[in-house]
Write a protein that binds this ligand. Structure first.
Ligand SMILES: [Zn+2]
Length: 65
C-alpha cells in the first residue's frame, strides 16, 4: 500500500500553505492613523465617522466650500 505515503505528501503541502497564510495575517495594521477632529482637535479611532467629543463629521477630505 502506498496510499499513506501520498497522504503524507498532501499534508506536508497543506502545512506549508498554512504557514504562508499566517505570515500574511501577521502584518501589523499600525499604518492606520487616528482621525483628528477639525473642530476640537480630539483624536478619534480611524473607524469613527464623527467626533466622539463634539459630534463633528471627521471626513476632512470631503469638506466643501
Ligand atoms: Zn470634535
Amino acid at each position: 500500500m502506498k496510499v499513506s505515503q501520498s497522504i503524507d505528501l498532501i499534508n506536508a503541502v497543506n502545512s506549508e500553505e498554512v504557514e504562508t497564510l499566517k505570515t500574511v495575517e501577521t502584518l501589523e495594521p499600525e499604518s492606520v492613523s487616528n482621525k483628528i477632529c477639525g473642530n476640537c482637535q480630539h483624536e478619534n479611532a480611524p473607524e469613527f465617522n464623527f467626533c466622539s467629543q463634539c459630534g463633528t463629521a471627521l471626513n476632512s477630505d470631503s469638506i466643501s466650500n
